[in-house]
Design a protein around this ligand. Structure first.
Ligand code: GLA
Length: 742
């Protein structure tokens, strides 16, 4: 790994065993990207890659002999107003109203390690030799603004992280009207763009499209990473790219607020990728001495197809974004009472459920919504973070003691950013909710969003929840966020700072998380937003796991978890077995499939265990035993390979292969059953060709075993008998293959 600066040619070369990223300081002192992709040899001078020829309609910033026009170069961080007519990464409004800026190279620093981003989530290096950082400082002299472009290269990954910092040194304040995290440009447009899009209960479905000239992209404007609709991630890949082959560039934003991922193809077929905080409804006033730091963008390069890209994100995010003691710990198997009781429970019922869950082998009981204030339905109670003693006479502290006596850990649901109008908090502070003056009080799920851009609001919520967490035995918290934001306005901010509100809100959320994980380091946080509406890397920095979707139907989960796996590790994906007919779809799937699919995540149950038959209880017991055997490997010690794409066919297939490739766990799951149909060969991936594996699987009551070499399993595959799929339930049948080196 090295970040080299060739002083004479003014070339920066960031390179490790996998990638090269080459930046050129042009003669006008602006920065050009000469190359980003698979590693190339270093040399003194790459400046011959700087190509320009005279074209009509050029706005020359450097006339003869170079004919330099910013419209035709691949810039590291473009601005509008110096002859480039594409979308900029940054935009600054000066006190005189001008939006022209011209940032010129001033200095640079190269140092070992990776500094944190103040108040923001970010990947980290555990030691100084794991990563190296380059910071290039540019200055716009007219406004007196410094801009630092920060790049970190990881030694062990094909990864570069980027963020940008602006510092005002001039006397007059400036307005940042656009401050994206990164811009990356490519020479041609022969790419497909992949995105993870959806809605509530069908999050992160996979969509691809061919790049076209002009603008394309995705954005979130709902305040929660854009809700379930657009995940803050895109990938560009060469046409024909598969799971195993082809070049892919991943762009992932470590942020939980409004975001933009935009691709622009110019007249000359050059491709510009921009990502960062959505400029809509954003501005930031920068006074002398103040600094604004953008969120981090994580750039992953893969020449091993989409699978290669995903495994890089998985390893990096699991080990260098997640923090705290839960990072390296297998996650507890839980029972969550939500789908089992909704708001309708008593203390006795909860204790009976917990007792049964304990008997089945579960380790954690999660009390979901409905335990606080006057929360008997979703019209009241949010904001009142104290126990509803009518429902739970022992209080949360007493209940947690009783859980401990049962021998099960205890966890609690909260939705700290919200308030119902029917709550003590609202009655005391009606001005704490987000509302634009004179406008209709827009609500969603009968609730309103608290103004987390205000310190006193965050402090008050902190004090309420910290009291509960410190007086009760709580080892897990599910932090929900169940509505989108709109009508953003904060009475605490002056008119020229209203554009800061949405970002300040997210900083407030991050600060509360930071405080709570600092005070209660043993607590496992799970983030949630109406299911997977805030499933983003930013959250992962605070909460090691997230509720993937409110859709608990096993077949739908195949698609949701498959799509989610493009970026996010299995240790992040909350996956529960629920009752049938499924509450979201009315569909009935086999219990074996529900268990098999949920195993590939952080496993649990979300149903009324007391209503289960003896036969079902016996199956659940076995599922829990199996999960305990494999969870360490699945969640912490394996590589994940997608095998059969449910967005393209009737089957889902995937496999977790232990890092030492001595064991593996593969899932085959079909959507609808088919009669008198073709043969199936289920081809695996990631196995060691020279290892002979014992393959074990169950069909109905029968357990079967055989042995096969890794190369056979990868190249020939496992033959699947359609009669076995009938035995496994027909529609939505699945088979779980356990592989172990002989
Ligand atoms: C959201 C969550 C669910 C559940 C409910 C409770 O919808 O996604 O898992 O916690 O809220 O109101």
């Amino acid at each position: 790994m090295a970040i080299i600066y060739h002083e004479k040619s003014r070339i920066f070369h960031l390179t490790n065993d996998y990638i090269s990223y080459i930046i050129y300081v042009m003669e006008n002192d602006q920065l050009e990207n000469l190359y980003y992709g698979r590693r190339v040899h270093d040399r003194e001078d790459f400046s011959h890659l700087h190509q320009l020829s005279w074209r009509l309609q050029m706005s020359l910033v450097q006339p003869d002999p170079s004919n330099l026009s910013m419209h035709f170069v691949r810039q590291e961080y473009p601005f509008y107003g110096t002859g480039d007519y594409r979308s900029p990464a940054g935009e600054i409004r000066l006190a005189n109203g001008s939006r022209v800026s011209d940032f010129k190279f001033r200095t640079y620093a190269i140092f070992p390690g990776k500094p944190g981003l103040p108040g923001l989530p970010a990947t980290y290096a555990e030691s100084e030799d794991e990563a190296e950082t380059l910071e290039i400082t540019l200055t716009d002299e007219v406004s007196g603004t410094d801009m630092v472009l920060s790049y970190t290269l990881f030694r062990d990954y094909p990864v570069i992280t980027r963020h940008t910092r602006f510092t005002q040194t001039g006397d007059e304040p400036v307005m940042l009207e656009r401050a994206l995290s990164a811009s990356v440009e490519f020479l041609d447009m022969d790419y497909e763009m992949l995105q993870l899009s959806g809605a509530w209960a069908r999050e992160r479905h996979v969509y691809t499209r061919r790049l076209e000239r002009g603008l394309q992209g995705i954005q979130g404007l709902a305040g929660t990473t854009g809700g379930a609709e657009q995940n803050p991630f895109i990938a560009l890949m060469r046409p024909g790219t598969t799971e195993k082959t082809g070049e892919v560039y991943g762009f992932s934003l470590v942020y939980s607020g409004n975001h933009l991922e935009q691709v622009e193809v110019s007249t000359f077929d050059m491709t510009r990728v921009l990502l960062g905080i959505n400029p809509r409804n954003f501005s930031w006033k920068l006074c002398r001495g103040e600094t604004f730091t953008t969120p981090e963008a994580v750039l992953v390069y893969s020449d091993q197809g989409l699978g290669g890209m995903s495994r890089t994100y998985h390893d990096l995010y699991r080990t260098r974004l997640v923090r705290g003691e839960w990072r390296d710990k297998a996650r507890p198997i839980l029972l969550n009472n939500w789908e089992g009781t909704y708001f309708d429970f008593t203390e006795e019922k909860l204790l009976a459920m917990a007792k049964k869950a304990r008997e089945l082998g579960a380790e954690l009981f999660v009390l979901d919504d409905g335990w606080f204030g006057k929360r008997n339905n979703d019209w009241a109670g949010l904001g009142d973070w104290f126990c509803n003693l009518t429902k739970i006479p022992s209080g949360i502290d007493g209940l947690s003691e009783k859980m401990e006596e049962i021998g099960i850990k205890f966890g609690l649901w909260v939705e700290l950013e919200m308030v119902n109008k029917d709550s003590d908090l609202y009655r005391a502070h009606p001005d704490w909710m987000i509302q634009a003056p004179g406008r209709y009080h827009c609500q969603g799920r009968h609730q309103h969003v608290l103004d987390f851009s205000r310190q006193e609001v965050v402090d008050c919520i902190h004090d309420m929840i910290a009291k509960i967490l410190s007086t009760s035995k709580i080892s897990y918290v599910k932090w929900d966020m169940n509505r989108y934001m709109t009508a953003s306005f904060s009475p605490a901010l002056p008119a020229d700072r209203q554009g800061e509100m949405m970002h300040r809100y997210i900083l407030g959320v991050y600060s509360l998380y930071e405080r709570l994980i600092g005070e209660f380091p043993h607590i496992l946080f799970e983030s949630c937003a109406s299911g997977g509406g805030r499933f983003d890397p930013g959250m992962l920095y605070y909460a090691p796991q997230a509720w993937t979707s409110d859709d608990t139907d096993a077949s739908e989960r195949c698609r949701i978890q498959y799509g989610t796996s493009y970026v996010y590790p299995l240790s992040m994906m909350g996956a529960h077995v629920s009752a049938v007919p499924n509450h979201q779809l009315g569909r009935t799937t086999p219990l074996s499939t529900r268990g098999n699919v949920a195993m590939f995540g952080t496993f649990g149950y979300e149903l009324d265990v007391l209503a289960m038959t003896e036969e079902e209880s016996a199956v659940v017991k076995e599922q829990i035993i199996r999960m305990k055997k494999y969870r360490e490997m699945i969640q912490l010690g394996s590589d994940f390979y997608r095998l059969l794409d449910p967005f393209k066919g009737n089957e889902t297939g995937w496999i977790c292969v232990a890092k030492d490739r001595k064991s593996a766990l593969a899932l085959f799951c079909q959507t609808l059953n088919r009669v008198n149909d073709s043969w199936i060969r289920f081809r695996l991936d990631g196995l060691d060709a020279d290892v002979c594996y014992r393959v074990r699987y169950s069909i109905g009551e029968e357990t079967r075993e055989y042995t096969a070499w890794g190369d056979e399993l990868v190249n020939i595959g496992i033959p699947i008998d359609r009669a076995d799929l009938n035995t496994q339930g027909g529609d939505f049948a699945s088979i779980l293959y356990e592989l172990c080196a002989e």
